[in-house]
Design a protein around this ligand. Structure first.
Ligand SMILES: Nc1ncnc2c1ncn2[C@@H]1O[C@H](COP(=O)(O)OP(=O)(O)OP(=O)(O)O)[C@@H](O)[C@H]1O
Length: 306
């Protein structure tokens, strides 16, 4: 049977790719020689229009994971599909649907911003010049200065503009706000939210700035020990995840009774601290000798990162 090659005129998307999740990672393993595994059997499914904030300690493997998702790094085992296509052999149509802002600037230093944007414009069938011009002037980026002479923050903004310009369906950003001042961060986050609301763009971004996540990331994913240890919408985390403090036997009973999932455990003497996710509506009743506390994002991060 001949392969369907019909294109959706508006998005140049092969018909068979419609309805496929933007990201499906299955069983990813990745090891840098001489170190332990950075990715260790990682599965991850990201649905269309989700905005996911990726959290993890320094060195947890966020950059490695994002590069592997985009097919820029080959895993030792497992595979990634983007919109149903293998990430390692992307078609031109798939490439046109992806936007990436790497942690380290990969802009050509000898170009001016103007030259750089003109260069990239030639590769993409869709290019929103009005958006590019609007952001260039709002973010006050000198158009005719060599990129190598721009500040880190200006280079980061330019990298963001380049990634947004062709209106990608999947936008992946690796610590996009690290060099931005608070105003720049707020402006950038507003832009992201608009992108999502207007176009339903799927966004994955790593960050250490939890307050930004609380403002925009509707979903949080924690990378820990080479796996996505927890992924959920923020409001669900607030409703379902609790810190339990008490004796081990009591905690075990509560977890069994609620068919809950233990996300982390630590103990100091006979007192145990467990982070537990309860299925909807099964939070435990208060009882003597037991502490049951909701956690903010920062406390949850600290507990899960231990
Ligand atoms: N090219 C490489 N060769 C060897 N080891 C590497 C390489 N790249 C990354 N690593 C190691 O892999 C692990 C994960 O690194 P990675 O940069 O993905 O973490 P990260 O979560 O993005 O960190 P950060 O929050 O500090 O940016 C680290 O231990 C790092 O030292």
């Amino acid at each position: 049977m001949t392969q369907t090659l019909m294109l959706d005129a508006a998005h140049a998307t092969p018909v068979e790719a419609l309805g496929q999740p933007p990201v499906r990672a299955m069983g990813l393993h990745l090891d840098f020689k001489g170190h332990g595994p950075v990715l260790n059997g990682l599965d991850w499914l990201i649905q269309p229009g989700q905005v996911v904030g990726l959290l993890g300690r320094n060195g947890a493997g966020k950059t490695t994971l994002l590069e592997t998702l985009l097919g820029l790094r080959e895993p030792g085992a497992g595979q990634v599909q983007l919109f149903g296509e293998p990430a390692l052999q992307p078609s031109d149509a798939l490439r046109a649907r992806l936007g990436y802002v790497p942690q380290q600037s990969d802009l050509f230093e000898d170009f001016t911003p103007d030259q750089l944007l003109r260069y990239f414009r030639s590769f993409y069938p869709k290019w929103n010049e009005a958006k590019v011009q609007g952001l260039m002037s709002r973010w006050e980026i000198p158009t005719h200065r060599r990129i190598g002479r721009l500040s880190q923050g200006q280079q980061q903004r330019l990298s963001i503009i380049r990634a947004l310009a062709h209106e990608p369906d999947l936008l992946v950003l690796d610590e996009p706000v690290a060099s931005l001042d608070p105003l720049g961060r707020r402006d950038f986050l507003r832009e992201l939210v608009e992108q999502v609301l207007d176009r339903g763009t799927t966004v994955v971004f790593s960050t250490h700035i939890l307050s930004d996540l609380e403002r925009v990331a509707f979903n949080i994913a924690f990378l820990s020990r080479g796996k996505i240890a927890l992924q959920a919408p923020q409001d669900q985390l607030a409703d379902e995840v609790r810190l339990l403090v008490g004796e081990e036997a009591a905690l075990r009973d509560i977890v069994q009774a609620g068919r809950a999932q233990v996300l982390s455990r630590r103990a100091s003497g006979a007192t145990h601290h467990w982070i537990v996710r309860f299925p909807e509506g099964t939070l435990p009743e208060s009882q003597p000798g037991l502490r049951c506390e909701a956690l903010g994002l920062e406390d949850l991060f600290v507990e899960l990162a231990q």
